[in-house]
Design a protein around this ligand. Structure first.
Ligand SMILES: [Zn+2]
Length: 325
């Protein structure tokens, strides 16, 4: 991009109340294109990244589905509430607000915890009703899934819900109709695509950053990747974050902010900070490795992320359309 394309904009930046950043500031922004500039933390001048939590318990993950039928969920020791409370405490320590993509099942079984998340200033969004991947649903089934989960969440917290994250990033080129269904169900944004090659999910040729879907009526914000050579490499959380040293994550997210000039989206699960969760020995070794690797160091790594980068809720950063009612 040449210097002649560089333009200077005076922009009003909004940051969330209590996010640790100034609530509003007008600053000079150097932009090299017509795309909207990222949200900035006024106090530090750093790009705000989205901190997100997928609220499900350890026995509800997609990789355990072949071993743990949904009908048996009631027989497990529940650990989600204690783990969410540790996360709320940690976020509060760093004055970070985030988005909690919560299962309808979790909201129904832990309404007080779900309300607590919202009361502490975090965004509640949907992670579906019972963690069924979109790739395993018909269009009609998916409409019921996302409508039901949104209704449950809205009843529990008493606030509108606008965001959705597909279980296991299961929106890809085979089911892009899902964005139309989300819009039909009242959502205005989705964070459901992983623009990577993976054996279980992914849409490697999808745009890496926020873009419009459903004829401009729904914003899709993919999970963050870092471009290395010709490949998109995941750097937005999950097993990758637990496996590699923290310095790799710090380098990758910093590259997204500084080189791409974009906000990153990071995610983790309450069970990823819980090394004492009951082990599922019936699960195959590859899945066990992916689920259990470095659970004991994840809490500390998340704390470093909170300290080293500026964070906020998805809705504050990406400004999805909020319908007038
Ligand atoms: Zn999930």
């Amino acid at each position: 991009m040449s210097e002649t394309n560089s333009i200077t904009n005076r922009i009003e930046y909004d940051a969330a109340p209590g996010s640790g950043c100034a609530s509003k500031a007008s600053i000079e922004h150097q932009s090299h294109s017509a795309k909207p500039p990222p949200s900035i933390c006024f106090e530090t001048g750093r790009i705000l990244n989205a901190m997100t939590v997928d609220v499900e318990d350890y026995f509800q993950v997609s990789a355990f589905e072949p071993y743990i039928p949904r009908s048996s969920w009631g027989g497990f020791e529940y650990r989600v509430e204690a783990n969410v409370d540790r996360i709320l405490e940690l976020f509060d320590k760093y004055s970070v607000k985030g988005t909690f993509f919560t299962l309808g099942w979790v909201a129904e079984n832990f309404p007080a915890m779900t309300k607590r998340i919202a009361e502490q200033g975090h965004e509640i969004a949907s992670h579906g009703s019972e963690h069924v991947m979109v790739t395993k649903q018909t269009r009609d089934q998916f409409l019921i899934d996302v409508t039901t989960s949104r209704d449950v969440l809205e009843q529990v917290v008493g606030q509108r819900v606008y965001g959705f994250r597909a279980p296991s990033y299961s929106i890809n080129k085979s089911n892009l109709w899902a964005h139309d269904v989300l819009r039909e169900a009242g959502y205005t944004y989705s964070s459901s695509i992983a623009p990577i090659k993976h054996d279980l999910y992914g849409m490697p040729d999808a745009p890496r950053f926020a873009h419009q879907r459903s004829e401009g009526k729904l914003l899709e914000v993919p999970i963050t990747t870092v471009r290395i050579g010709q490949r998109n490499v995941p750097c937005g959380g999950g097993g990758w974050f637990r496996l590699y040293p923290y310095s790799v994550s710090r380098w990758a997210i910093n590259k997204v902010n500084v080189v791409d000039g974009e906000a990153g989206v990071f995610y983790f699960h309450p069970w990823e900070i819980d090394p004492d969760q009951p082990r599922q020995k019936q699960v195959n070794r590859k899945t066990q490795f992916r689920h259990y690797v470095n659970l004991d160091s994840t809490y500390g790594k998340v704390e470093k992320l909170l300290r080293d980068f500026a964070w906020d809720r998805m809705d504050n950063i990406f400004n999805p359309e909020i319908p007038q009612s």
